[in-house]
Design a protein around this ligand. Structure first.
Ligand code: C2E
Ligand code: MG
Ligand code: MG
Ligand code: MG
Length: 293
C-alpha cells in the first residue's frame, strides 16, 4: 500500500517498524534453533598488514551467520541478539574452536601459522561467570586440545564493552595476558576510556576506530588527533592497528604518522579460510585488493 511520505511522523507504529520487529522476532527464534546446527556459523578472516613491509602479519576472525532463508546475516544484527538471549556463550566458544582449527590448518599447509584475533563481548565474561564457567579456562583447555601455542591467538574487546563490564573484564583479560595471549582494545576512540589509565589496562594493542582514519585524510585537526593517538600508543608500548583503511590516501597518511599496522578494504575485505590461505601462499608484498584477480 502506498502511504503518505511522512506517515511515520503520524503513526506511532509504522509498517516499517512492524517489519523490523517481526524480523527481529524471527531471527531470535532462528538463532535458538541454529545453535543446534552450528554449521550455519562460519568465520571470515581479514588480514592485518605491517605498513613498513606491506606483508600480512596476522588476521582478525569475523563471524557470519548463514541463515537458511535470509542468507548472510551480519554480526551487528545477530551478536546483540545472542548477547541478550545468552547464546553468545556457545557462539563465543565456537569462534575460538574454529579459529584454532584454522591455525592448525595454516600450520599444516604453510609450515607456520599467523596469529588470529577473535572478538569477545563483555557479556561472554558476565554470562560465563553466572554459569560458574570461565572463558580463560575454556581457552586454555582448547589450546591444549589443539596443541596450539597461546602466541597464535589474540583477543579483541571493544572499548565500550570493556568500560561497561569493567572489573570482571579487566580481571579476565589480565588472566589471558598471564597465559600469553595478546589483548587488543577494539574501536578505540568511540568509548570514553581516559588516556590516563590506558597504561593500567591489561592490553597489548590499540585498534584505532575506523571513524578516525576516515576523517583524518582530509581534515587537519583530525590528522592531529590520529597522530596523537599513535604517539600515545607508542609511548605506552602498545601496538597500534588502524582500522578501516580504504584508500591509498589513508595508507600514505598512516605511513607518514608512523602507524605500524593497518587493516581494511584497501588491502582486503574479510575472506574465507581458503582465500586467506591463498593470500598467505603468495610471496612478497600484499598488493591492494583492487589490483588482485
Ligand atoms: P570489529 O571487530 O571492529 O571488526 C571490524 C569490522 O569492520 C568488520 O565488520 C569488518 O568487515 C569491517 N571492516 C573492515 N575493514 C573495513 C573498511 O575498510 N571499511 C569498512 N567500512 N568496514 C571495514 P563485521 O565483520 O560486519 O563485524 C562487525 C562487528 O561485529 C565487529 O567489529 C565486532 O565488534 C563484531 N563481531 C564480529 N565477529 C564477532 C564475534 O565472533 N564475536 C563477537 N563478540 N563480536 C563479533
Ligand atoms: Mg575486532
Ligand atoms: Mg573495530
Ligand atoms: Mg576513508
Amino acid at each position: 500500500a502506498s502511504l503518505p511520505k511522512n506517515s511515520n511522523e503520524i503513526c506511532q507504529f509504522s509498517p516499517a517498524m512492524a517489519e523490523v520487529a517481526f524480523r527481529r522476532h524471527q531471527l531470535e527464534r532462528d538463532l535458538r534453533s541454529a545453535m543446534t546446527q552450528p554449521d550455519q556459523f562460519h568465520l571470515m578472516y581479514q588480514p592485518k598488514i605491517d605498513l613498513v613491509t606491506e606483508t600480512i602479519i596476522g588476521c582478525e576472525a569475523l563471524m557470519r551467520w548463514q541463515h537458511p532463508i535470509h542468507g548472510l546475516i551480519p554480526p551487528m544484527e545477530f551478536i546483540p541478539l545472542a548477547e541478550e538471549k545468552g547464546q553468545i556463550v556457545d557462539l563465543g566458544l565456537l569462534v575460538i574452536e574454529q579459529a584454532l582449527t584454522f591455525i592448525r590448518r595454516m600450520n599444516d599447509t604453510l609450515g607456520r601459522p599467523i596469529p588470529i584475533a577473535v572478538n569477545v563481548s563483555g557479556y561472554q565474561f558476565e554470562l560465563m561467570r553466572a554459569k560458574k564457567m570461565s572463558l580463560v579456562t575454556e581457552i586454555q583447555r582448547m589450546l591444549t586440545e589443539h596443541a596450539i601455542d597461546p602466541e597464535w591467538l589474540e583477543v579483541e574487546i571493544t572499548e565500550t564493552a570493556l568500560m561497561s563490564h569493567f572489573d570482571l573484564v579487566v580481571e579476565q583479560l589480565s588472566q589471558l595476558r598471564g597465559i600469553g595471549i595478546k589483548v587488543a582494545l577494539d574501536d578505540f576512540g568511540t568509548g570514553y576510556s581516559s588516556f590516563s589509565y590506558l597504561q593500567k589496562l591489561p592490553i597489548s594493542t590499540l585498534k584505532i576506530d575506523r571513524s578516525f582514519v576516515d576523517k583524518a585524510s582530509d581534515d587537519r585537526r583530525q590528522t592531529a588527533l590520529l597522530h596523537s593517538i599513535i604517539t600515545l600508543a607508542e609511548a605506552l608500548d602498545l601496538t597500534t592497528v588502524a582500522e578501516g583503511v580504504e584508500t591509498l590516501a589513508d595508507i600514505d597518511l598512516l605511513k607518514n604518522l608512523r602507524c605500524p599496522l593497518a587493516q581494511g578494504y584497501y588491502y582486503s575485505r574479510p575472506v574465507s579460510d581458503t582465500a586467506m590461505l591463498d593470500l598467505l601462499k603468495t610471496p612478497g608484498k600484499l598488493s591492494p585488493a583492487h589490483e588482485r584477480r
